[in-house]
Design a protein around this ligand. Structure first.
Ligand SMILES: [Zn+2]
Length: 353
């Protein structure tokens, strides 16, 4: 699909600055300014937190609680909604935005928008938003936390590859599945003429079917099969640019406790998802056995997520006692307890060992 329509959002807000000219040392700051300036022009008031808390921009806008305010309507001088006879008092909506930018990798003529994310970036507050900025095409992919989690919930294969993978917990997990659709992009020119591009989530389901005997020596065979598997593409039109900012500006669930609970549950389920890495997969004798083990682990994790608050507290207490008695048997126990306590300081309300 090729479109050459001029984009309404985001705009080239810094006329003489081309964001893709910046390198990795100053790119982040420039990108955040670019996002903040774009929001400011739509009537959002933007703040930058003093400390790095995973939030790059705090954005606040006054809108009609009935969602009558258009995404590009600046209400700065108004106190009440002026849509027909509504006249409702405007309410402030707040968004905590995390901006993700990367140099675009071009592998095999595909433009990959890689970004890193770790478990602390996945919040239960629906006001938290992940904004992925493609400076090559000047596109925003805007994922309010609810939509980000819902996306992965709707596509369990992708969720397994992203959240279930052990590397999500052990390393800085780089997601390389976000693509700019093949050749269908072009650089923004100096006059600010932007070409509409499409972004898609592209992935391969590498699960092998049938009773394939997979040993380590067959690792290469496994990979060649995975490589030749047809890649699936999911277009992100619903979160792109104008569609994304419409979602961001929607006040419908602003103070909705049930909505917070829904986000919190989706988050919890995704963070407690397990999928074996490829090396583990290939160490099983047959795939059925591997699927069975995977299921067992996921069932155990799921039963944990269904515990009542009181049962959860009891379980944690029991685990804490087990940990302490284990540490006390070690020769360097005092040093270890001191080190663990220093780490626990980060978690409010969690008592020291
Ligand atoms: Zn209204």
């Amino acid at each position: 699909m090729s479109q050459t329509a001029t984009k309404n959002f985001p705009k080239m807000v810094f006329e003489d600055v081309l964001p893709q000219k910046f390198n990795k040392n100053n790119k982040k700051g420039v990108s955040e300014d670019f996002v903040a300036e774009n929001l400011t022009q739509l009537g959002w008031e933007c703040f930058v937190p003093f400390d790095d808390t995973g939030v790059d921009i705090v954005a606040i806008k006054f809108v009609c609680p009935e969602n009558h305010t258009k995404w590009n309507e600046n209400m700065t001088d108004k106190t009440h909604c002026d849509f027909q006879n509504c006249d409702k008092k405007l309410i402030p909506i707040t968004r905590y935005i995390q901006v993700k930018t990367r140099n675009i990798d071009k592998k095999n003529s595909k433009a990959i928008l890689g970004y890193t994310l770790d478990s602390t970036d996945i919040r239960s507050d629906p006001k938290h938003t992940i904004l992925i900025y493609s400076d090559l095409t000047n596109d925003f992919v805007i994922f309010p936390m609810h939509d980000y989690l819902e996306f992965f919930n709707n596509y369990p294969d992708i969720a397994k590859a992203s959240f279930g993978n052990p590397s999500f917990r052990t390393e800085n997990n780089k997601l390389n599945n976000l693509h700019i659709d093949d050749q269908n992009y072009s650089k923004a020119d100096k006059k600010g003429n932007l070409v509409t591009s499409r972004l898609c989530w592209s992935y391969t389901n590498t699960r092998l079917t049938g009773k394939t005997i997979l040993r380590k020596r067959q690792y290469a065979q496994y990979w060649s099969k995975a490589k030749s598997a047809k890649r699936k593409q999911i277009y992100l039109d619903d979160y792109l640019n104008e569609s994304g900012i419409k979602k961001l500006s929607d006040p419908t669930h602003e103070n909705d406790k049930a909505y917070v609970q829904k986000v919190s549950t989706m988050r919890y389920n995704l963070l407690n998802l397990y999928a074996p890495g490829d090396e583990i997969k290939t160490s099983f004798d047959d795939e059925e056995k591997q699927v069975e083990v995977e299921q067992k682990i996921n069932d155990a994790l799921k039963s944990k997520t269904e515990l009542s608050e009181q049962d959860m507290v009891t379980l944690r207490d029991c685990n804490r006692k087990k940990l302490i008695s284990h540490i006390q048997k070690l020769s360097n126990s005092l040093k270890l307890i001191k080190s663990i306590n220093n780490y626990l300081l980060r978690f409010k309300g969690v008592p020291k060992l």
